[in-house]
Design a binder for this molecule. Structure first.
Ligand SMILES: *Cc1c(COP(=O)(O)O)cnc(C)c1O
Length: 400
């Protein structure tokens, strides 16, 4: 429905215009901040999340899904995502990278296991264990674990991270047997899982998986219990069915976004983006031929043209490079972002007629064809991970 300026203003008097998204539209995780109805906002599609989990579950033959909800739940809000995933049996646990996110989940009342895939010091570890957060371990911290386990009179459940070639965190695979034997021998330790991360290099991934399976196989033959072995992020869900192992560990697929275009075409899973970025047209004006727009006159009108200003910029999550081809949907039509994206504004080219009005909803991305996050990121040449993970955490998030 088109909102005329008059109708829009009348609506404003009754209720904030953005409240039109439904009864669950109360601000989530915004600390009660006061937002203008023109401010950009993020919508989280409950049903799409559920459907994506279902698609993943079908793909992996009902293996458990350790949902990665790091980096503010890929932009959706870490507590929002946790709350929506918690009732799903297919997701027995979640993983984050930063301790504060793990603690946020516990503070929000999330009860399922949380794997902390990031670093911690001894004091952090005590706090994490006390709050039922499972650490991901890859250094010889057996003595610390002994002390913590003695104090709580229970072993510490944990996962061990093995580096099979990514060169990031994780015990190097050749040193992994020694560490795993040491941990397994301690009564203070309960190894719940062993994990690795692929480099997502088509050939080398095979070598990595081989290293991991050789390692796990030989330790298991010694009688060491490794818990659930897991390796598969979203990339592997599409590329490496042989790496689904005992559990999968996707992030992006849960949010309904394909990391690479061929995955979308493959038909392996029907994923629906569960996140939208929206705002409202703040201003509409006509530029005369030769007038400019944006800092450094990044755009000069070749002919008389109408443009609209959106009160959303790179601080909100609109990529700085969006003018390289990203398009915004207003009233069902797609319009290009032009000039340069500034911190809090961007400008779209409407054409020879003033077809939009102040107050119209402008969709920067959502789940519809042509406006998906993948469409926007491809159009302006950024990774789709940069798009959702760079959404400003302070923007209001509404579950629809
Ligand atoms: C982020 C992350 C994942 C999930 O990656 P996606 O590509 O979003 O599926 C899995 N494992 C680890 C260790 C990660 O850091």
């Amino acid at each position: 429905m088109r909102t005329t300026r008059r109708r829009f203003l009348a609506g404003l008097a009754a209720a904030p215009a953005v409240a039109a998204v439904g009864p669950s539209a109360r601000a989530q995780e915004t600390g009660g901040a006061r937002h203008s109805s023109f401010d950009p906002w993020i919508e989280i599609h409950r049903e799409h999340l559920r459907q994506n989990v279902q698609q993943i579950q079908q793909r992996v033959g009902s293996r458990p899904i350790l949902a990665v909800i790091k980096n503010n739940g890929y932009g959706l809000g870490v507590a929002n995502v946790a709350r929506l995933l918690e009732p799903l049996d297919a997701v027995p646990a979640v993983a984050v990278v930063k301790l504060h996110e793990a603690v946020t989940l516990r503070d929000a009342g999330f009860r399922k296991p949380v794997l902390l895939m990031g670093p911690f010091d001894d004091k952090d570890l005590e706090e994490a264990v006390a709050r039922d957060i499972l650490p991901m371990v890859y250094t010889p911290i057996g003595a610390t674990l002994d002390r913590i386990a003695a104090a709580r009179q229970k072993p510490v459940p944990l996962h061990v991270c093995v580096d099979t070639g990514i060169g990031r965190v994780g015990v190097p695979h050749v040193q992994a047997p020694a560490l795993l034997r040491d941990l397994a021998a301690r009564r203070s330790v309960d190894i719940r899982g062993v994990m690795m991360t692929f480099t997502e290099h088509a050939e080398f991934d095979k070598e990595q998986l081989q290293r991991f399976q050789t390692l796990c196989g030989s330790l298991e033959r010694e009688g060491i219990k490794l818990g659930r072995k897991h390796a598969a992020s979203t990339y592997a869900l599409f590329q490496h069915p042989d790496a689904f192992l005992d559990m999968v560990r996707p992030g992006m697929a849960v949010y309904g976004v394909y990391p690479e275009a061929p995955f979308r075409a493959s038909g392996a899973m029907d994923l629906r983006p569960a996140v939208s970025l929206k705002t409202r047209v703040a201003y509409v004006k006509q530029l005369r031929r030769g007038d400019s727009a944006g800092y450094e006159r990044a755009y000069v009108a070749a002919r008389d043209v109408w443009v609209a200003t959106l009160p959303s910029g790179h601080t909100d999550g609109v990529p700085r490079v969006a003018a390289k081809g990203a398009r915004v949907r207003i009233g069902g039509a797609l319009y290009p972002i032009i000039a340069s994206v500034s911190a809090s504004h961007c400008i779209v080219e409407i054409g020879p007629e003033p077809r939009v009005e102040i107050g119209d909803v402008a969709t920067i991305f959502d789940w519809t064809e042509g406006s998906r996050p993948e469409d926007v990121s491809a159009a302006c040449g950024v990774s789709v991970y940069d798009l959702t993970m760079h959404l400003n955490p302070l923007l209001p998030r509404r579950i629809v």
